[in-house]
Design a binder for this molecule. Sequence first.
Ligand code: CO
Length: 502
Amino acid sequence: MAQSSTEAASAYEQLLTKYKRIANVENAGGILSWDQQVMMPDEGTPARSQQMSALSALGHELLTDDEFGELLEAAEADDPTDEQADVLRELRRDYERAVRVPNDLVEKISAASSEAIPAWKQAKAEDDFEEFAPHLEKHVELKRKYAEHIDPDRDPYEVLFEEYEPCLPLEQAEEILAEVREVLVSMIEDIRESDTELAVDAFEGEFAADEQEALARDALSTLGYPWDRGRLDTAPHPFSSGTQFDARVTTRYDESDPLGSLFSTIHEFGHALYTLGLPDEHYATPLGEDRDLSVHESQSRLWENHVGRSRAFWKHFLPTFTEHFSAVDASVEEAYEAANQVYEDNLIRVEADELTYHLHIVIRFELERALVSGDLAVEDVPEAWNDKYEEYLGIRPETDAEGCLQDIHWAYGNFGYFPTYSLGSIMAAQLFDAAAADIDGLDEKLSDGEFGELRTWLRENVHQHGRRYETNDLVKRATGDDFAADAFLDYVESKYGELYDL
Ligand code: CO
């Protein structure tokens, strides 16, 4: 027998090969999920649910396999390079979380969600919290157990938060959100008392969906979306998903609200651009995967708020808008004001503006912390919810459908997810400031429709690193400072101070 011409693969290489299989199984599940939300005929659900749970079980089996654990240990002991050490840190974290939770608990949570989702839908439709309460109770109980398996010695909410933010300390997140809450509550009060009237009717009327789609395509092309690695489709709840080779965007069209759909398209573009900026050569390994939810959301919010809602963008884009909708007769200033109005009496998170949005998040964050710790009983959620809306936003929901039943997240038992939305927006402000400091005349470039340098800055400072750096490290390398609320607070104070003459 001839000797093998290649050396035996190292533990690290074998481990990476195993991980690639897991990542590919997950990515295949992502495509099935995209299809379910965008293309699949209504009756496809029973088969699709089985296909997706089979892939998810397979991924879990591959990750929790004894051999994966052994290879991980061997690779860690094998004098890894810096890059390998970063990858091993990520794989160790994924592995530990996966092996500590028993399969039957994962199945129970998944079964509880399958029952809770239709119950939540019905409870919301009938404005009947009691219908949903036992399901929420069950999720709280199961998720406490889940956290206990991962780490019995820590605050269970902290452990659950790490599911979405694996390397951002909860304490830091909590401080940032408390600081933002304090400033926003009083700003929103001042705005309510201000006499300044913004040009809120710049985009009133009927806007045909097919023309809005043409506009969305123009917006994506303008911002630099590579159509050979993406698509635009419609979905009831817009999202983006995929890999660096194929990152797709979805949106929805409301004929009375063209800005809503445009900003949702730009938001999802930001998510897709992050995914597309992950290095091709590291596909299906931690260096070719996104960091976490707050970093992802920082990318979508940066494009949506700091670009899409800026004067500079409207200087460039208003003529494109009126090419599609010639009845709109707004100046750049009017378009800017309409895009940045604050809705003082909005109860619904997904319809909120850039400012009140964060109080919607803070309320959910505070309530779910109290729920998980046991300080708040499930039956008291509606009252506690309404009290907080009154305290922070000065409005009180009249129904639970418009109150604590509005979002689906708790029906999935997702506790710890909401704060990532705000953290992402706050991070976006810090990153945009740093980009503006590095790029000469960024504002002018944006008004000239030149978005390339901003895309490149984001790719170099954020996207291309994948999961190489932990969140704080990534932010510090990109901006020179620790992740904090300062840039965001400066941004909202200067922007809304000017808009509302505060
Ligand atoms: Co998003």
